[in-house]
Design a protein around this ligand. Sequence first.
Ligand code: ADP
Ligand code: MG
Length: 385
Amino acid sequence: MNGLQVPNTITEYDERFRIMADVAPVLIWMAGLDKLCYFFNQPWLDFTGRTMEQEMGNGWAEGVHPDDFDRCLHIYTSAFDAREDFRMEYRLRRHDGGYRWILDTGRKILDEKGDFRGYIGSCVDIQDLKDAEERARALQDQVYQAQKMEAIGTLAAGLAHDLKNMLLVVRGNAELIAMQTGPDGKVRDQAMKIVASSDRASELLRKLLIFSRREPMKKEMVDSAAALKELMELVRAIVPKSVSVELDAPEDLWPVYGDVRMLEQVMLNLVTNARDAVGGKGSIKIAMRNRPFDGREGTPEGNFPVGRFVSMEVVDTGTGMTPEQIGHVFEPFFTTKAAGEGTGLGLPIVYGIVKEHGGWVEVESSPGQGSRFTIFVRADPETGA
Ligand SMILES: Nc1ncnc2c1ncn2[C@@H]1O[C@H](COP(=O)(O)OP(=O)(O)O)[C@@H](O)[C@H]1O
Ligand SMILES: [Mg+2]
C-alpha cells in the first residue's frame, strides 16, 4: 500500500487498490489531510453520474441533499478534527436526479509510522431499508389507530347499553307521572318534556351503538346505483341550491352486500359534512366506482384486501382539514361545529357501518383545499370469517 503514504493525488497510489475499489459493491471515497477528497471509486461515479474531476475536492458535496448537508458537514469536520472514525446517513443524488439514503462509514488512515493521513470512506445504499422502516412505522400507526377505535367502541357500547336501560326507567316513570295527572296540568307538560328528552337521548345512544357495531345489520344484495339515485333526492333537499352537486357512477356499477338503511346513513353523513364544509358555495361531487382488489393495495388500516368492492367518494371544495384534525375525525364527539350543529357522531358512525360491511374509509384533505372521503364496501357476501 505504498500509495497510501503519500496520497492527495489519484495517480500516486497502488493500482491494485484502485482495481479492488472499482469492483467493490460499495461507494468508496478518500480524503487527505486538507479534508478534501482526492479519490472516488467507479461505483461512486456511476451512482452520481459525475466525473472524478467534478467530485474532487468538495465537488461531491453538491450531490448531498441540502437538508442533510449541514448535519453531515458537522459530523465530518468534527470527526476529522478529533481524528475519529465516523458514520453518517444522508441522501445522495443519483445520476437520474433522484436521491437515495446512504450509510457512509469513514475510517481514518494511518501510515506506517502511525501518523494520520486522512480518511477512507465506504457507503452503502440503505434506501430500501429506509423505505421498509417507513412502511413499518406507517403500519404501526394504523394498528394504533385501529386499536384506539376498538377501545373507544367498546367503551361507547358499554356506556350506551347502561344508559339505555336507565333511560327506559326515566322515560317509563315520566309517562306514569303524566298519566296520573290531569290532561292539561303543568306537571303533565313537564313530565312529557322528560319523555321527549329521553327519546332524543335514546336516538343519540342508538347512533352510538351503531358506531360501536353492536347494532345488528340486515344485509342483502343492494342495487347501489338505484340506492344512490334515491338518495340524490334527499341530498338535493339538504344541500342549498347555491352549491353544485355532481353525481358520477358507471352504468355497470356492481351491487353491494349490505344493509341499505345503514349505507344510506353513511352517504348522508358524508354529504352533510361536505355541505357544512362548503358553507353555501362551491361544489360537492359524489362518485361511485367498481373496485376489484387483488391483495396488492393496502388500506389505511394495513390490510391487503382481496375481492370486489364498490367505492363511494364525496369530494367537497370546502374548508378542508389539518392533519391534526384528520387524526381525530373518527373519534366519537369530535366536532368543530357549534353546539346544536354537530354531535361529532357522524364520522364514527360512518366508520362503524363501513367496517361492518367489510370495508374501510380513506380521507384526504388539507386546509383550504377541500376534502375527499372515500368509503369502500364489499360487493360480495363474505364467505367464512
Ligand atoms: N367534509 C369535511 N370537510 C371539513 N371538515 C370535515 C368534513 N367532514 C368532517 N369534518 C370535520 O370532522 C368533524 C367530525 O365530523 P362528524 O363526525 O360528522 O361530526 P359533526 O359533523 O357532527 O361535527 C367535523 O366537526 C369537522 O370538523
Ligand atoms: Mg357530521
